[in-house]
Design a protein around this ligand. Structure first.
Ligand SMILES: Cc1cc2nc3c(=O)[nH]c(=O)nc-3n(C[C@H](O)[C@H](O)[C@H](O)COP(=O)(O)O)c2cc1C
Length: 185
């Protein structure tokens, strides 16, 4: 099982680095598997800690993959890192094992603390559509044009039927990126 999450790590200069990542669930542990090269990977290797943020604010998924990495974070008192202000729940992670790999090392993490900040009020289909489209944005260079266009066409239906302002804003950022990609081809 993979949980779509937003991971915050601490960079060398002490600032927060934000990246949407799918975390693999392994019993009580979570596995972060960043493809090289990755700033998250460098930070995990150096710091040995990360914070996983779970949020239904899908701008946190569409934003980082369209160049918007500057999101409000809160420094944690008792942990060397930051959580997103938009996190409904955050969990503090300690790296307990690294499975080295030339392409995609796996960081096995234990959850040392978890805290919930705001309630969950149900799914919006458009949220899932934005998350799927954000993944497509990261794969524009490797997927056939027809596949991207047909998937976007399908996802657009959920946006048109169910999106609120947050999902519409996130979708608009993705569409600007897609328009650029269309012109580049
Ligand atoms: C929903 C979602 C899930 C993602 N999961 C992964 C992942 O598991 N591994 C990965 O390397 N990149 C993943 N990405 C892409 C990263 O967010 C993106 O490449 C990011 O820039 C990570 O690189 P960085 O650590 O240098 O910021 C995902 C993107 C999205 C939108």
């Amino acid at each position: 099982m993979i949980l779509e999450s937003v991971v915050t790590t601490r960079s060398e200069d002490g600032s927060a680095h934000i990246a949407p990542l799918g975390l693999h669930v392994d019993g009580a542990h979570l596995i972060i598997a960043p493809f090289r090269p990755s700033k998250t990977l460098e930070n995990l290797q150096r710091e040995g800690h990360a914070v996983v943020n779970w949020t239904t604010d899908v701008r946190l998924f569409a934003g980082p993959v369209t160049g918007r990495r500057d999101w409000p974070v809160i420094a944690l008192d008792h942990f060397p890192g930051y959580r997103l202000e938009a996190a409904q729940t955050h969990a503090e992670l300690k790296v307990i094992e690294i499975e080295e790999d030339a392409q995609r090392p796996k960081f096995h993490c234990a959850i040392t603390r978890e805290e919930t900040h705001s309630p969950f009020r149900g799914f919006i289909r458009a949220q899932a559509a934005v998350v799927e489209a954000a993944i497509l944005v990261t794969r524009l260079h490797m997927l056939p044009k027809e596949k991207i266009e047909s998937e976007l066409g399908y996802l657009q239906i959920a946006i048109d039927k169910t999106a609120g302002p947050i999902e519409q804003e996130a979708w608009s950022w993705i569409m600007v990126r897609i328009d650029t990609w269309r012109k580049e081809r």
